[in-house]
Design a protein around this ligand. Sequence first.
Ligand code: GLN
Length: 496
Amino acid sequence: MTAELSQKHPRGLYVLFFAEMWERFSYYGMRAILLLFLIDQVNGGMGLNASEGAAIYGLYTASVYLLTLPGGWMADNILGQKKAIWYGGIIIMIGHIILAIPGGTSIFFVGLATVALGTGLLKPNISSIVGELYPEGGARRDAAFSIFYMGINLGSVLGITIVGYLGQKINWHMGFGAAAVGMLLGLIVFRYGSQKYLQGLGDVPPSKIETAETIAKSGSDRKMGYGLVALLVVFLATLQLTGTIDMTTAQGLAQGAGVIIVSVSAFYFLFILVAGGLTPEEKKRVLVLIVFFLAAALFWSGFEQAGSSLQIFAERHTQRTFGGWEMPSSWFQNFNGTFILIFAPVMASLWIFLSSKGLNPSTPVKFALGLILLGVGFFVMELAAKVAVTGELTSPIFLTLTYLFHTIGELCLSPVGLSSYTKLAPKRYVSQLMGIWFVAASLGNLIAGLFAGNFDENNVQQMPALFNQVTLFSIGFGLLLLVFWKPVKKWMGGIS
Ligand code: GLN
């Protein structure tokens, strides 16, 4: 089925697929061993306590996605997507080389910050250039994003497996360094492949293509960037000085990050609506992007619990011994990537098949389905938690089913969301709005991390109620979207 789909897609898609695969290898590989390394006291780890470690882990995952906003802005205004991807990849590689040096805490954090900066520069721009390969939009662009999504998840499965193995079994720094080799491969292919197969795409930042619109907009856009940063600094300083949050602790820093993420998104959308020089038609589309942003943030705050509460559940309450062999609990995290590799081509073909019959569900309906499936997955967890509170280990079938529901939900929402952000965003804002899409993931990751703080070993009785809350929220929002899908679709103004 993949072969059949691939024949119909431009080669450029596979160049991007390959580069993104190694970027995700870096991200998910890092994610797989970061927390373990931070709290490891005996094998050359950093020896932090669990709560500090978890806060740093949460801050890392949230800031990687938050940095996609300035990364997208840089591409729209200064670099163009191709250069942003190129420099982003180089910065990621340098970050991993620094991390490969066993040089103590400061060097480690410099390396970690470097990787996060590079990822922020690469990630949104590689997604927005995928969209540009398909100027006609439509279901084919959705299908392309499903294929691209397989690259993402191939990188994730390889990263979790290889970096996890090297880091845990051989040496932490060898694990961190592996991604430098991968990123180098991605860069080489991108360098040559993009010259040949991505000609004329992403060379010039959209804001430099002079039209009456962009000239009017460029001044306001720059002011927006500076104004936003200044406002945020004042706002955070006020919160710190009035003692509302204390950003000298890890917990406080995580709260500070939450404030930054929520206010950046709110200010950004407000500014673009009020001062972005948009036509009424474009304004309506940006309103749709806001609805999708909220739905995505909610989705990721449940989904990204794969690395937090679901990981804890796998570790403490799941039967993982098969004929004397104990499966490492982190392997459950690979179920998602594996299911994606199996089901992405199926779903991509399904959308194409349905649209050939005129039955392709509209994007808001797909988002609603994604949220409802997420809720169903958490309902399964609620059932599992009811078994776990009796003190019994639960069958691995529960987590497997949950991951299955979550993955199908993700395939309804995430590649479709990437695709529709590229379609609905005004062209001159496309990469930064792509950044905003990932800011929803940033918020989701942070909430998923903080929520897992409730999964205390002394508080096991609460688990079914906690999972129940997530079920209700996501199914509730999903149903709301199902009820209102028609007006949302109308705002999209003929784009599907
Ligand atoms: N798993 C996807 C990726 O890594 C989606 C992540 C996200 O947007 N939260 O790109």
